[in-house]
Write a protein that binds this ligand. Structure first.
Ligand code: ZN
Length: 193
């Protein structure tokens, strides 16, 4: 397995729609293994192909308490229920978190590596991850779903405590979009400004 190279905002590939996979190539297993390895290295719970520079419609998810990752080919949300406001971050937007609107429950459909249809009913973190990753594959980022522009903040890192600390720093600018204020490739440990 090998690590894939991460893409960060404002890389244009993050704004493109991934293409549906009509025939799953034999190389897909190795590719999704690499995606999983990259996701683990980045300490994420999900990764979409755009985030590693590919426009194949594929994503991987592994929640903290799962033993195995879930590989989703051509994933789609087919039903959404309820609405909630939750905190979210993205490996492609390092150093930031925001409050977004998400569904309470979702139903999703995808193919597994063998081409078999899988149907998922989800709530909680899995519903969030499914919406986040299918959004990626449609060129959508969580910063498009902020409850308001002020609900995006930088994370500060305190090396003495060894824990990332979140600082509720609101963004005052009204005319600039959150995305245009983001660094080209932020460094989580770097202080704000
Ligand atoms: Zn993301």
């Amino acid at each position: 397995m090998s690590l894939l190279s991460m893409r960060f905002v404002p890389d244009g590939v993050l704004r493109e729609k991934a293409k549906k996979i009509s025939k799953i190539p034999p190389t897909m297993k190795k590719y999704t293994d690499d995606m999983v390895e990259t996701m683990h290295a980045e300490e994420g719970v999900g990764l979409a192909a755009n985030q590693v520079g590919s426009l194949q419609k594929v994503a991987v998810i592994q929640l903290p308490d799962w033993d195995e990752p879930l590989v989703l080919i051509n994933p789609e949300i087919i039903r959404r229920e309820g609405e909630r406001e939750i905190e979210e971050g993205c490996l492609s937007i390092p150093g930031y978190r925001g409050t977004v609107k998400r569904s309470e429950k979702v139903r999703a459909r995808a193919l597994d590596l063998s081409g078999k249809v899988i149907r998922i009913k989800a709530e909680g973190l899995l519903a969030q991850a499914l919406e986040h990753e299918t959004d990626h594959l449609n060129g959508i980022l969580y910063i498009d779903r902020l409850v308001s522009r002020e609900k995006l903040w930088k994370i500060t890192y305190n090396p003495q405590e060894g824990n990332p600390q979140e600082e509720a720093e609101t963004q005052k600018s009204d005319d600039a979009s959150p995305e245009s204020e983001l660094p080209e490739s932020g460094t989580p440990g770097k202080s704000q400004e």
